[in-house]
Each structure stands twice: as C-alpha cells, then as structure tokens.
Design a protein around this ligand. Structure first.
Ligand code: SAM
Length: 306
C-alpha cells in the first residue's frame, strides 16, 4: 500500500542523527527489552555518550553490541563536565545523554545540562521511553487527569515534613520517588500528616521480575511494612486531597455543608476539583441522598428561576 512505502521524510519522523545536537535518550528502568529501536540507533550513531554511571551504561551498550566513547556526567561533576560536553556539541558533534535508568532530566542531573544548552542556544532533542514516575502513575488506579511530581523527599525529617505539609492539601495525585531504606519513615510521615485513610499505590521494581503494585491506604501501608522489609525501587502514588475528602460511599465528607450550596454551586465545587461534569452531578446527587434524575430536575429548576 502506498502509505506504507512513504519515505521517512514524508511521514515526518525524525530519524537522522543530527550533528550539533544533544539527545536525551531514555533507557530501561529494569527490562532491557524496553530500549527502543530509535534509542539503539541514536546511541550507535552519536559521537559520544554522556552517562551518569559509565560502567552501567557500558554494560547496557555492550548488550546491544554498541561501542562508544563514554563520558561521565553526574551530580558532582555536572558543572564543569556539562560545559565540556556542550563545547563539543557546539563544535558540531552529536551526543547522547543517558542516566542510570529511565528518562534523563527527571530527578537526574540531566536537568542542568538541558538548561545550560538552552542558554547557549544548543539544540537538544529527545528519544522518549521509560519513566518510572509515569509508569507508576498509569498503574496506580488513582486519578491520572491531574498530577504533581514531587521527586525525592529530603532525608532531613524537618525538611521532609515541611514539604509534606506544603502538599497536604494538594488536590492533584502526588508522585514521589523513594529509596527502600527511607520508605518506612516516609509512609509514617505521610500517614500522620495526610491521614491514614488516604489512598496510596506502592509501585515496586517496575518491569522487573519482582514487579509489584500494592494499592492500599497510608495506614495499611504503614502496618504492612511493620512486618516486612522494603526492597528494591519504589514509586509512591498518593491520592490527591480532594478525592480524600470523598467518603467511601461516594458522599463528600463535607456533604452536609455542600448541600447548603445551590445545586449549580454544588456541581461547580466538584468540577473545580477536577471531576468531569457527569461525575460531579453524580457526586452532588449522592451528597443530597437523591437520584441523579431528581438532582437534574433541581438544576433545571434553578436555571428556570434564574
Ligand atoms: N530519571 C528516572 C525516571 O524518571 O525514570 C528516575 C531516576 S531516579 C534517580 C531513580 C528513582 O526512580 C528510584 O529511586 C525509584 O524511586 C524510581 N525507579 C527507577 N526505576 C524503578 C523501577 N523499576 N521501579 C520502581 N521505581 C523505579
């Protein structure tokens, strides 16, 4: 068929490795098969690869028979190394930036080199792929419509709790990266501050043999890890505050107060919190202990009287 014969140029795909470009290349977060064909092509064709850990990346490249000059670029050398990498790219070389796993620049030093490249007018392109945060969010069974990425919490308790207090009333779903040795403390702090009923999905070892998703509440997660040692890599997906304000039977915990609003204001309360209009109508009807159709009649009456 003719459309299958279209050349790469005609389909608008960006497949040639361009000189003078820094490519952010996403690498697997645990499953080698997740390295995309395009990632392999770019890693094979660039002049050099900047890597957070050159040994890890060397192993990854050798699995695919790729031999390439590797330059280390990590938290403690990112300033001077970033300039050196970008000097070479500015002089016309093509470079790839990879981190230990996942999407460079997301809780990785890649963020700084992208900023520097933007300041210097150097082209940065992307080879998208695995990202632990987005993978966990998709699996969480929590609301994905609006979310806030919080990365790693500080190891210092005071700072950690300050940050948690800041996001306690955040209505969007929250995403945290967490190291296993800090997990128990973080769960305890989350439960104390957000309340033990708030939902959480603990997403562990994604794409690996021991992949596990535990969908529970903060209180139950604390209990679970009292008898179990956390192992492996975790992403924590925590329900947003607005959803937490809705009781298990679907009624808002503020149902009484909300019922004193006009029907339209009641619906707006939920749509402002991110619900679709249909879900908002359903929730408002439930708060008032009436059927959806009876509530629609009320809305209509309010409109007629306006
Ligand atoms: N830039 C990477 C990304 O966005 O995918 C994340 C890098 S960050 C330094 C590493 C953190 O990502 C880990 O501490 C863990 O929270 C999360 N992570 C990475 N791989 C994971 C996996 N396979 N399963 C669960 N979490 C993972």
């Amino acid at each position: 068929m003719s459309h299958e014969k279209k050349s790469i140029g005609e389909t608008g795909e960006k497949n040639r490795v361009e000189p003078g470009t820094l490519y952010l290349v996403a690498t697997p977060i645990g499953n080698l098969s997740d390295l995309s064909d395009r990632a392999k092509k770019v890693l094979s064709e660039v002049d050099f690869v900047a890597a957070e850990d050159t040994r890890n990346t060397g192993k990854l490249l050798s699995c695919f028979g790729i031999k390439k000059e590797l330059i280390s670029y990590f938290e403690h050398n990112k300033r001077e190394r970033g300039e050196i990498i970008l000097d070479r790219v500015a002089a016309g070389e093509a470079a790839a930036l990879v981190t230990d796993a996942g999407m460079p620049a997301i809780s990785d030093p890649g963020e700084d080199i992208v900023r520097l490249a933007a300041e210097r007018g150097i082209r940065v392109s992307i080879v998208p792929g695995p990202c632990a945060a987005v993978s966990a969010l998709a699996l969480s069974a929590l609301s994905t419509g609006r979310f806030a990425f919080e990365g790693f919490l500080s190891t210092a308790r005071h700072e950690r709790n300050e940050r948690l207090a800041e996001v306690k009333n955040e209505r969007r779903t929250l995403i945290f990266y967490e190291a296993p040795h800090k997990l128990k403390n973080t769960l305890r702090d989350l439960s104390d501050l957000f309340g033990s009923d708030r939902k959480i999905a603990l997403c562990r070892e994604l794409t690996k043999i021991n992949e596990e998703i535990v969908r529970t509440t903060l209180g139950d997660a604390v209990s679970l890890y009292e008898s179990k040692e956390p192992r492996g890599e975790y992403v924590l997906i925590v329900e947003g505050a607005a959803e937490a304000g809705i009781e298990k039977d679907g009624r808002s915990s503020d149902a009484g107060a909300l019922s004193s609003l006009s029907p339209a204001e009641h619906v707006a309360h939920y749509t402002d919190a991110g619900m679709t209009r249909m879900d908002a109508v359903k929730a408002a009807a439930k708060d008032r202990g009436m059927s959806k159709s009876a509530f629609y009649d009320l809305l209509q009456k309010e409109r007629d009287e306006a």
